[in-house]
Design a protein around this ligand. Structure first.
Ligand code: FAD
Ligand code: S2G
Ligand code: ZN
Length: 473
């Protein structure tokens, strides 16, 4: 069937509110958060129900028309935007944003893929429970995208990644069948765990239309501090001490290098450094508990006091109010935006066993010093999970094109070093379009063959998000 007739059939399924074709209207769906890619499409389809998604996917399967599923379009590896050739339609799930069920007794919530993460936080809080996935893009990312990228964020240490927070999925498969898997069971050992294959598949195996996610008791007690450290190794030492000393109450443990902190205080209004003096590294750590009576402030103060005496910590500021806590989190979460104010940056979302993190940073920083004269290390991130955003920002006054011309050699050197230290070239952001070559380089041939076999089994005609994660066969 020729393409115009296929698109007309799709428009007929979703109705006038369910599609966008004019260039001005489609524009926001074609560019992504980092401005690395600018795609093209004939049609953005915005279905209102699972039935509509299934009908659209069936039409696309018959016509061999490729589909790029899209949520909040905050992904950082180009997974949610279409290629430049204009052959893909964009299937944007934003209109499917109903909360289908909340079960406080079962501690579960069943939600549609287009629900914005921050709205799920509110819905859980309204029944005095917590949905703990938390990341800088929570105001616009959608749970479908969180599931499809197996998102991480700042609470992984306590609650795990998206994969650890989901019990069941409803998915429209590439042929249009619907996987009805919205289980709310915490235990169900009946065969292969099919839902897991969609977590982190980045839209290449099907369209997630709904999920049953876990809820947790609301937090009643918190203690938060910004800590100054002499070196990365001190953060790892403090992690062990604080996990033990606090009864494993750490919920966030975010490393911030001095250059990252300076970028935020320089460019983000209302962000300031609560400590005096300039220190090489900082840590935003937060303890939390569902028991109001837990004296977390004392626990944190005592642990940091002992670390100060030992020299593991150089200085510390405990927050004394919700306002101060919010200011610290604004400092941390604004680093990505602050980086944009000072030229280009080369970004690496890496993870390592925490025990080797300090050695890796030392080796990588010295390589950068020797080979990237016009770059400076702006490292920060979820050090409690061994995950660093090992970014290199262009130095002031340097030439942007010349700096960016090093991107491939820097990426290769950083990822080779990560591989040598037993780490991952993509801790939480996924593969998308950006890291397809890295996946082929660093994944074992057996694992790669299995991934390709799964892709062929689920999407034999290759219509789901072609070119993302795996190269088109
Ligand atoms: P999109 O960008 O729309 O899509 C992401 C991928 O999922 C694409 O491959 C797309 O095809 C697929 N997809 C989307 N919806 C569906 C669906 N319904 N079914 C099937 N596939 C689908 N990520 C982290 O993990 N941790 C962080 O700390 C973090 N911080 C961030 C901070 C900022 C400021 C920004 C801009 C991004 C950050 N991210 C972080 C990255 C991003 O927010 C996450 O990857 C998020 O999960 C993407 O959700 P989204 O709805 O925007 O997905
Ligand atoms: C974070 C996302 C931002 C970036 O801030 O935790 O995951 O640009 C990152 O790396
Ligand atoms: Zn992150």
């Amino acid at each position: 069937m020729e393409i115009a007739a296929t698109l007309e059939r799709i428009k007929g399924v979703v109705g006038p509110r369910g599609w966008i074709a004019d260039p001005r209207g489609t524009e926001p769906y074609l560019v992504e958060a980092r401005g690395l890619y600018r795609g093209a499409t004939r049609l953005v389809v915005r279905p209102a129900s699972t039935e509509e998604v299934a009908a659209v996917v069936r039409i696309c399967a018959e016509a061999g028309l490729p589909i790029v599923p899209q949520g909040g379009n905050t992904g950082l590896v180009g997974g949610g935007v279409p290629p430049e050739d204009g052959h893909n339609i964009v299937l944007a799930l934003g209109r499917m944003n109903r909360i289908r069920a909340i079960d406080p007794v079962n501690f579960t919530m069943t939600v549609e893929a287009g629900c914005i993460l921050a709205h799920l936080h509110q819905a859980a809080a309204e029944i005095d429970l917590l949905f703990p996935l938390s990341l800088g893009a929570e105001g616009s990312c959608q749970i479908g995208g969180n599931l499809s990228t197996n998102a991480g964020g700042v609470n992984v240490l306590r609650y795990g990644m998206m994969r650890d927070l989901v019990l069941g999925l409803e998915v429209v498969l590439p042929g249009g069948r619907v996987l009805e898997g919205l289980s709310s069971l915490r235990k169900d050992n009946t065969g292969y765990d099919i839902k897991s294959l969609f977590l982190g598949a980045e839209g290449t195996l099907g369209v997630i239309t709904a999920a049953t996610v876990k809820l947790f008791p609301q937090i009643r007690a918190r203690a938060t501090a910004l800590v100054a450290l002499p070196e990365v190794r001190a953060a790892v030492t403090l992690l062990g001490e604080l996990r033990a000393g606090s009864g494993d109450r750490i919920s966030s443990f975010e490393l911030i290098s001095r250059p990252a902190l300076e970028l935020a205080t320089r460019h983000i209004p209302g962000v300031s450094d609560p400590l005096t003096g300039a220190h090489p590294w900082y840590l935003l750590c937060e303890l939390s508990s569902a028991r109001a009576a837990e004296p977390l402030d004392e626990v944190l103060e005592e642990a940091l006091g002992a670390a100060l005496t030992r020299g593991t910590v150089l200085d510390a500021a405990l927050v004394r109010s919700e306002r101060e806590r919010a200011a610290l989190w604004k400092l941390r979460e604004s680093i990505p935006e602050a980086q944009r104010h000072e030229g280009a940056s080369l970004k690496h979302d890496i993870s390592l066993p925490v025990a080797v993190l300090a050695d890796f940073v030392a080796r990588a920083a010295s390589w950068i010093g020797a080979n990237v004269p016009d770059g400076r290390l702006v490292a920060y991130g979820h050090v409690g999970d061994g995950n660093l955003h090992f970014n290199i920002s262009q130095s002031a006054g340097s030439d942007r094109e010349r700096f960016l011309s090093r991107a491939d050699s820097v990426r290769c050197a950083v990822h080779e070093l990560v591989h040598e230290f037993g780490g991952s070239f993509s801790a939480e952001h996924g593969v998308g379009r950006t890291k397809v070559a890295e996946l082929e380089r660093y994944t074992s041939p057996v694992e790669l063959a299995l991934m390709r076999a799964v892709k062929r089994a689920f999407d034999p005609h290759g219509i789901m998000n072609p070119g993302k994660v795996l190269r088109e066969q």
